[in-house]
Design a protein around this ligand. Structure first.
Ligand code: HEC
Length: 230
């Protein structure tokens, strides 16, 4: 009696066994990476649905997180810079920035899983020049500064919406910055200028005044990391 049911099933399985095997081999040999990203994708979607998150809530959280990360990064850079100026003077601090600014920022990028950088149209380090997306935002910040409109941090979806680009304007807040970014004749000492020229032959980051737009923080925040925080 039972064999009446089981036999056709077995026969069916045997008939399809090669496909079954093929599917397993495919999954095991070249599937893992795809499976993982699909899993991650499903997870983000599922948890968005389960938590009933709206896009507005995600943007809001990305703003809060971006603010806190860029503040930490700013503080770390500034405290290291102040310390270097105290210990070695502005000339010594130039070499310090040259060697240490990037590692400080990239260590934080790793810690948060968020790509962090500073960018500027008038960059000292040419690696900090803006991308096309960043240029548009910098243009808007520049317009606002020139027209005395207050700049707010901004979130934009990029890379198909998987990444949220957080940006925050950096203006020159004090005389301290001018020693290295100010007017060549009035603010930057001659010896210091020589040093800047030798380390950064294409330097554009001079001639700034107080309150001017120096550049902006630019953080690539993965949407899934934001969802996980909610
Ligand atoms: C001791 C000199 C020194 C002082 C003081 C200084 N900077 Fe800089 N700054 C540099 C150097 C050198 C770089 C390039 C760092 C690198 O190679 O990544 C730089 C880079 C930057 C950048 C990244 C964009 C670019 O031009 O490459 C920003 C933004 C910036 N500085 C803002 C400021 C602000 C705001 C202040 C004041 C709070 C300040 N800096 C004070 C030397 C200085």
């Amino acid at each position: 009696m039972i064999s009446k049911f089981i036999f056709p099933i077995l026969l069916n399985l045997m008939k399809h066994f090669p496909y079954f095997l093929l599917a397993i081999v495919f999954l095991v040999s070249c599937g893992p990476r795809e499976r993982i990203s699909k899993e991650v994708f499903d997870k983000v979607n599922n948890s968005m649905e389960a938590k009933k998150l709206s896009e507005a809530q995600i943007t809001q959280e990305a703003l809060i997180w971006g603010d806190s990360i860029s503040t930490v990064a700013q503080q770390q850079l500034m405290s290291s810079l102040h310390k270097a100026v105290e210990e070695k003077g502005f000339g010594g601090a130039i070499s310090f920035c040259n060697v240490n600014a990037a590692p400080i920022v990239s260590e934080l990028s790793e810690k948060y899983g968020v790509q962090i950088r500073r960018t500027s149209f008038r960059a000292r380090n040419q690696a900090n020049l803006p991308t096309a997306e960043e240029s548009q935002i910098l243009d808007a910040y520049q317009y606002n500064v020139e027209n005395s409109i207050e700049n707010e941090p901004n979130i934009q979806k990029i890379e198909g919406g998987d990444i949220l680009l957080y940006t925050k304007a950096i203006v020159i807040p004090s005389e301290f910055c001018l020693a290295c970014h100010g007017e060549v004749k009035n603010d930057i000492e001659v010896e210091l200028l020589d040093k800047i020229d030798s380390l950064y032959p294409n330097d554009l980051a001079r001639g700034f005044g107080l309150g001017q737009l120096r550049g902006m923080w630019s953080l690539k925040i993965p949407k899934k990391a934001v969802v996980n925080r909610l």
